[in-house]
Design a protein around this ligand. Structure first.
Ligand SMILES: Nc1ncnc2c1ncn2[C@@H]1O[C@H](COP(=O)(O)OP(=O)(O)OC[C@H]2O[C@@H]([n+]3cccc(C(=O)O)c3)[C@H](O)[C@@H]2O)[C@@H](O)[C@H]1O
Ligand SMILES: Nc1ncnc2c1ncn2[C@@H]1O[C@H](COP(=O)(O)OP(=O)(O)OP(=O)(O)O)[C@@H](O)[C@H]1O
Ligand SMILES: NC(=O)CC[C@H](N)C(=O)O
Length: 725
């Protein structure tokens, strides 16, 4: 009959500039697609070189090696009789484009450049690429000779065209083209293109999972057709994690979807569709059909090849499935854990070292490593990607190793250390030890007072001065300095232990130091510069305290670790000031002058809603009207902006973190701002003061108005009752 087509979308964990590994994973996906009966395979954006090559896209080597990989693919016997669509950068007439290259049986059919580039947040595509502006036009592309020698072609079409096979028509839109208001799938669908492929490089963020689902469902519900969305997966050398949710959708229904987070480097999904379902859906949507009849056509590349088999009557077609979205706490449990795994195996290190204070932040970080271990266990037990076990054996230095349990694995991967001082309470020490025992980390407890005294002694010998804590009569400067030296001393010890702990345990290599400053503390600058926040990597640096608490509640049940309950209910504290009869005198929220919940709101308004001090005040004066007076709101906003301005310099040395929040203050990558501010914000704060004054005068006149009004009504009622004034 020739109407049923099996299509494959590949999800690949590529790595920028790892041409060898990227080629292997592409080949593996083609093999898997073939074995699953597909005749067409589409893959993610820039899959040949990796998405995050960034300024390496200025290097001609990146283009050269991408062509070399394509040459391997063209010649691979595996690729015979399959229509293949791969992503790579291509230079055409001295301009670099982000392209799809579509080939079949050693011939390149089309090179399709990206038409709408992405420049939001983490993306800077226009820095390296130019968008193709010539709608529905193609030009001749002169193939490099090494490719021409394989394909026997000199020129191939380059531009905005579609592929017509004997049985259907295939078109392309690349990632951002789906997100933007002038998506290519609309004119493609109106021109009768039945299968639309989107090779994408879309990163994860908390609560973003529904976006692609809604986009592909809406696109195909409105326009009809089959949408093949292939996304990257993993950490390809940057702070972002590509979440891998590739999907195949038909006429508004999702037919197949890859997992959102997974350790599998290659995951191929397929769906068999009936092309007639597209035709009847579109034709019965009369508005669609009328618009189609007047739409301008795309150039069609005719191919003497059919995606559907001759005899397909009994071939079962795919049925709609549900696309459930993970909760934010599940996203935290899985996303950073997968990112940590990619980072660990690609960095060549032997595990992690974590200073564990028993507080919410460092405990969350420890639990994320444990979560990584549970994902590895699940993968090994399921017989998932064999690469997981081979990487595991390489990292542990044990070629025979097979993990017995997540906690046994955690013992090999994670060294935790409580670094106590005279100011530490026994409760935090116990909580750290109990958590470490529950997850199985290799735990130590050390005291660092001697080191701190030694450093202070150097200062006192030179100056003859002895700084004191505030409780002992010291000024704020002395008080802070005494806190910061403890925090910084911990950092120095972390790196020492990270370097030598595997030596002490008779294993090769070193450990990556994990940091655990959360996104809110960074924004407010409530951290000591170059203390434990200056780690190698930080899995929670993009996550808010509020979400970390939600994650801890989830982890307590999921991993059955009761001590997490105590960690959640303890007040966040730095424990850097002396205790009073063994009790805490210092809490984070009191020190900061704002709650974590308020801080999170400031963060969202500053970054996501682009509020300066004045706009932030105008918004919060309404939102917080039931709790604070306009004057109090003004004070809070000013306090936040003062702290932010004074501490912004700390963002320049922020430890690289997993990107999770759209309000991340990550300097010069996600949040481009100066780091030297005029911290009194005199102009801006005056604007706030004027508003406060205005609101107060309106209130004053309203209340005097209401007094007059009530006197007036009193008189009226007296007249009515016959009493004269
Ligand atoms: N504009 C600028 N550009 C570049 N550097 C600048 C700078 N302004 C100050 N600096 C430098 O920055 C340094 C001051 O920063 P830093 O040494 O961090 O010290 P600082 O920010 O003054 O104090 C540490 C802060 O973290 C809080 N804290 C302390 C201990 C633990 C915790 C916790 O996480 O629980 C929080 C503490 O309450 C305080 O707010 C100085 O070296 C100063 O010269
Ligand atoms: N007693 C300690 N032992 C080990 N590490 C510590 C200790 N105190 C602090 N740290 C490390 O320094 C980091 C920052 O310390 P801080 O007191 O600011 O904690 P925090 O950011 O509130 O985090 P937490 O919730 O983990 O205590 C902690 O996350 C932890 O990694
Ligand atoms: N690579 C792209 O074009 C980025 C796609 C998209 N805007 C996202 O946030 O995921």
């Amino acid at each position: 009959m020739g109407r049923k087509v099996t299509i494959a979308a590949a999800t690949l964990n590529q790595w920028a500039l790892d041409f060898e590994g990227n080629l292997d994973r592409i080949l593996q996906s083609i093999l898997d697609a073939k074995e699953m009966g597909a005749t067409f395979r589409s893959g993610p954006e820039l899959e040949i070189c990796g998405y995050s090559c960034e300024d390496h896209f200025y290097e001609s080597d990146t283009f050269l090696h991408s062509w070399e990989v394509l040459a391997e693919l063209l010649q691979a016997p595996l690729c015979k009789d399959m229509l293949i669509d791969v992503g790579m950068p291509v230079m055409h007439r001295n301009v670099a484009y982000n392209c799809r290259v579509i080939f079949l049986n050693k011939k390149i059919l089309l090179i399709r450049p990206k038409k709408i580039l992405c420049d939001d947040g983490n993306y800077r595509e226009t820095r390296w690429f130019t968008s193709w502006k010539k709608d529905k036009e193609v030009e001749d592309f002169h193939l490099p000779r090494m490719i021409g020698n394989i394909t026997g072609q000199k020129l191939v079409p380059f531009g905005d065209a579609v592929i017509s096979t004997l049985d259907t028509c295939i078109g392309f839109e690349i990632c951002e083209e789906l997100w933007c208001p002038e998506s290519s799938h609309v004119p493609l669908s109106l021109d009768g293109v039945e299968i639309i492929c989107n090779g994408s490089g879309s990163h994860t963020e908390l609560r973003k999972g529904y976006v692609v689902r809604d986009l592909v469902k809406t696109a195909t519900m409105k326009c009809g057709g089959c949408y093949v969305y292939s996304n990257l997966r993993g950490c390809d050398g940057q702070r972002v994690y590509f979440d891998g949710t590739s999907s195949i959708t038909l006429n508004g229904h999702v037919l197949s979807r890859a997992r959102q987070f997974s350790l599998d480097e290659v995951e191929v999904i397929t769906a068999t569709i009936d092309l007639e379902d597209i035709r009847s859906y579109r034709d019965s949507k009369r508005s669609n059909a009328h618009l189609s009849s007047i739409s301008k056509s795309y150039p069609r590349i005719l191919v003497d090849f059919s995606l559907s088999p001759e005899l397909d009557t009994v071939l079962p077609i795919a049925q709609p499935i549900e696309w459930p979205c993970l909760s934010p706490e599940e996203e935290i449990a899985q996303g950073p854990a997968c990112w940590l795994w990619d980072y660990l195996r690609r960095s060549g290190q032997g595990g992690f070292f974590l200073p564990l204070s028993g507080g919410v932040d460092s405990s969350s970080t420890a639990l994320l490593v444990y979560s990584m271990c549970t994902l590895i266990m699940e993968n090994v037990q399921r017989g998932g990607d064999p690469k997981v076990l081979s990487d595991l054996r390489r990292i542990t230095g044990d070629p025979e190793y097979t993990p017995k349990s997540a906690s046994e694995l955690c013992n090999r991967f994670l060294v935790t250390c409580y670094m106590g001082t005279d100011n530490s309470s026994k409760e935090t020490k116990q909580r750290a030890a109990a958590l470490a025992a529950a997850i199985g980390s290799y735990h130590m407890h050390i005291t660092i007072d001697k080191a701190i005294s030694a450093v202070l002694e150097i200062f006192s010998t030179v100056t003859g001065l002895f700084p004191k804590f505030a409780v002992n009569g010291g000024c704020p400067r002395q008080n802070l300095a005494l806190q910061n030296i403890q925090a910084r001393m911990r950092m120095v010890l972390c790196y020492l232990f990270a370097q030598l702990m595997l030596w002490a345990r008779d294993r090769p290599g070193g450990l990556l130091v994990l940091g655990s400053a959360n996104v809110d503390e960074a924004l407010r600058g409530y951290m000591t510069k170059y203390d434990c926040s200056s780690a190698d990597i930080n899995p929670i640096g993009g996550i808010s305290k509020t979400d970390l608490r939600r994650f801890l509640h989830y982890a307590k049940e999921k991993f059955k670790i009761p001590i997490i309950g105590d960690i959640i209910s303890a007040p966040p504290t730095a424990e850097l000031e002396p205790l009073k009869q063994g009790q805490l005198t210092q809490t984070d929220e009191e020190d900061m002058g704002m709650t974590y919940a308020e801080l999170s709101q400031f963060g969202r308004l500053r970054k996501i809603e682009n509020c300066g001090p004045y706009s932030m005040y105008c918004k919060l004066v309404q939102t917080w009207s039931s709790s604070y007076s306009s004057k109090q709101v003004a004070e809070k906003v000013k306090h936040f902006f003062r702290c932010y301005a004074i501490n912004r310099h700390k963002m320049t040395v922020l430890t690289p973190s997993y990107h999770a929040e759209s309000y991340s203050p990550d300097d010069n990558r996600f949040d481009l701002r100066p780091f030297l501010y005029r911290a009194n914000w005199s102009w801006q704060f005056r604007a706030i003061d004027k508003q406060v004054e205005h609101i107060s005068s309106v209130k004053r006149s309203a209340s005097s108005g209401s007094i007059k009004q009530s006197k007036k009504s009193e008189n009226v009622s007296k007249v009515r009752t016959g009493v004269t004034v």
